[in-house]
Every structure is written in C-alpha cells, then in structure tokens.
Design a protein around this ligand. Sequence first.
Ligand SMILES: Cc1ncc(C[n+]2csc(CCOP(=O)(O)OP(=O)(O)O)c2C)c(N)n1
Ligand SMILES: [Mg+2]
Length: 369
Amino acid sequence: MAEMLQVLDAATKAAKLPLGLTPDDCKTMYRAMLATRLFDQRGMNLQRQGRIGFCVPSMGQEASQIGTAFAAPKDDWIYPSYRTHSIAILRGVPFRTLIDQLYGNATDIVKGRQMPNHFSLRQWNLVSISSPIGTQISQAAGTARAIQIRGEQKAVWTYFGDGGTSEGEFHCGMNFAGVWKAPCIFVCENNQWAISVPVRQQTASESFAAKAIAYGMPGVKVDGNDVLAVYQAAKEARERAIAGGGPTLIETFTFRQGPHSSSDDPKRYQPPEMLETWKKKDPIARFQAFLEKKKLWTPEWEKALTDEITADLAKAVDAAEQTPAPAVDTMFDDVYATLPPHLVEQREAVRQQIRTSGAIQDTGGKFPL
Ligand SMILES: Cc1ncc(C[n+]2csc(CCOP(=O)(O)OP(=O)(O)O)c2C)c(N)n1
Ligand SMILES: [Mg+2]
C-alpha cells in the first residue's frame, strides 16, 4: 500500500507512448494543463488589481486533475471541488463562460448568485461546486448508484482534498459506494495542506489510499505530479467501474504551489523550502520534458500555445468587463416554475423603484472575503 505509482520516468526511456495514448492525446493534456496555469495566473492578477473579488488557484495540481479527467468521457458526471476548473477547461468550456462567473455579470450562468470560482456547468456534466467541504462526496456516491440502477455505462467522479477526508461525508460516501459497488471514482488530491493545517494533523493512517481497505474497494496512491501515472490509475479505475467492479479511491500525492485562495498567504505557515522542493517537481515542466523527448514539444509550439491562450483570456476578460451586472429583478427567477403572487408583487415593487429612482443602490461589487 505504501508504494506510489509512477510512470513518467520509465515512459521517457521507452520507445512507444504508454497506455494507448496518441501524440494528440498527449498534446491535448499538455494544452489543458498550460491553459489552467495561465487561467490561474490571470485570475490572481485580476484579483490583485481589484477587478474580481476572489479566486482559487490550482497551481501545482494540474497533473492530478487533468490526468484523472482525461480518463473520463465527457458524459461521465463530475462532482468537482472548488479547485478543479482545469476539468472545465479540458472539457472545452469557453473562457468567457468561466470568466463571466468570476465577475458574476449578466451573462454568468448562475447570474452572480455564487461565490467566484464556484462554477455550475450542467451542459458539461459538471455539477455545481459546493463550498461546504466534502458534501460532493456523498452526492457523487448517490448519483453513481442511480446510474447503476438505470444501467448506464458511465462513471461518476468526485474530487476533494486531504482535509475533505476528515468530514463525515467522505466516510458516508465511501461506505455506501462500497456496499453498492457503485461506479464511483473518489479522487483525493493530497496537496498536503487544508488551508494552514498540515496533512499530519488530518490522519493517523499511513496514506489516504489505505482508507479504501475499510470500505471494501481498491485504493491507489499515485505521484500526483506525474500526469501519466495519474492517467493510468484513473483509466484502470474507470474500466473497473464500468465492468461492475465497483468504486476506487485514488490518492494523488501533490502540492499546492500557490495560496489556498486569493485571501491566503502560505508564507505565514509554510516552511519556504517546501515550495522550493516542489517547484522542482512541477507537473507541467515534467510532462514538457517527456514530450520534448518524444519530439512532441518545441519552444515554438509552447510560444504559439501561450500566445493563443493569453489572447483568448484577454478577449474573455474584456467582454466580461463590458457586460453589466445582472438586472436586479433576476433575483426572482429560477426558484419557482410559477412565481407566487407575493413575489410577483415584490418584483413589481423593485421594477417600480428602478423606474422612478434609477438603479438600486450599487454596493461597488466588493466581495467580503
Ligand atoms: C464544512 C466546512 N468546514 C470548513 C470550511 C472552510 N474551508 C474551506 S477550504 C478548507 C480546507 C480544505 O482542505 P482540503 O480538503 O485539503 O482541500 P484543498 O483546499 O487543499 O484543495 C476549509 C477548512 C468549509 N468550506 N466547509
Ligand atoms: Mg488539501
């Protein structure tokens, strides 16, 4: 159980690409990892410039997320954590859709009702992100059970952190998925911190993967900065789930290279040498070195990709900033199929106020975190 799955080093020496991957597959994975990094850097800059209120970067965890999500066909359901927008990027969600959500503007899918970075992307089978830690875990187990009853050939994936395993939802979700042999894949991203709480305060187990034993499912610990190892574990877990073999727990051992969120400063609690050590194991740099060896990466391609992604991001930010806030009376939408009379009355009062005294008081869009 203590050993950790690694693939990149051996695959670099091998003649062929591993795991049935094509050159295009590898490039798609690399592109999504790079796009996620650039999205996060832009998000942090926008927040520091006071243009958005909040964001949650995933720097350092791109292999852990893209390696798993690449093994999930687009109609598999995903119950994400708040740090996994990389999966949306891989599934082809336009930057405009994601950035509108960060601004909470009139074209934001959730009409500015959620915290920034809490995406809700039903069209891409990505369930709304919940802020309370761990709630997605039992929801995913239940959805996997429903899929099993319906006989659909799909798996359900859920993402959570090392801290998430201390919640009751983790044990409840794992237990039921194990009992039902439901097609659920539990991805525990062990980035070694739950905000400022180190992993040693989270568990007395030798690993998070070891916890799978108690629930009667396989548990595998992988090098979370080795995108090929992560992909291998995820591919095997999905094959098992679809064949009726039940759930799997995957622990990706990785490191959050940035702050927990734009409201956090890891320098206040993290030994500085930790970041230095893990920067040397950066998942994008490691995959790039592999691709270069396979003649699938050149500096020219990197520059073209970076320029294209940066320009796309800039276009999306410009468009989002030119879009107004959601109209105030949209707060009455989406809850009732037919609005009850007292709310019709309140909506009319709001509209009347706008007609007579202009906009409702603007709070300046400040986010309190
Ligand atoms: C039930 C609950 N308790 C506390 C919080 C505050 N909180 C937000 S993120 C976080 C840390 C979670 O750490 P981990 O599960 O390791 O995920 P990571 O942020 O490292 O990806 C905490 C305690 C919360 N959102 N929900
Ligand atoms: Mg964590």
